[in-house]
Design a binder for this molecule. Sequence first.
Ligand SMILES: O=C(O)CCC(=O)C(=O)O
Ligand SMILES: [Fe+2]
Length: 230
Amino acid sequence: MEDRNNFRELPTEPYGIFWQEDFVNAEHEQRLISLFANELEWPDRPGRISLHYGYTFDYKTFGIDPEIPYKEFPEWLKPLIPKTEERPPDQVCLQYYPPGAGIPPHVDAHGPYDQLYALSLGAPAMMIFRRGEERIEVDLTPRSMMQMSGDSRLHWTHGIRKRKNDPLPDGTMRPRGKRWSITYRWLRDGECECGNLELCDTAQRRNGIEKEKRSLKALAEQAALEEQVV
Ligand SMILES: O=C(O)CCC(=O)C(=O)O
Ligand SMILES: [Fe+2]
């Protein structure tokens, strides 16, 4: 765990968010952003768009798409892989958020995935963690690597509101800019034993809750209704 010391746990609920500022420096960040903008082929549609490396994320099952062959990590991605796990991630997702875009509240599926990290690049955005009525905002500052483990991974949802400005604690509004994130996922060995019937697809399956009624989809639908442009 050579890099573990560079991560510190945020002193806030949800517990289990480990943080490393300046995972890349500003110059490296600029090179990456220029490469993302000029050298990659993105889906041609508005809103949040994604590119996948390693195994491909399946938006239908929330696991790995078995139809799409493994894609080797490109050279630019290799230095951005966290070294705190025993092996490289199985699935890496580069996402672009134009100003105003977000991601509905969700938990990354417990069944297929274990560890989860995300690197933020470009403009900052507020992430909202939710558990029941509780809401905690975490500012995704550029160049920071976040690990979601423990409660933050399993028992709280996370999302980014679809809006043009983020209200800050000091009362000012911060305009959203162009943001990129890289999400890293490791496939789980064995099954998730967290038992959270509300959020865990494995607990739901064991309890005979049909896939369609599982909360991931419900959460996404609810979020689409709740989201509003500020
Ligand atoms: O953009 C981010 O930082 C997080 C994205 C996320 O939650 C996901 O891809 O599951
Ligand atoms: Fe996520």
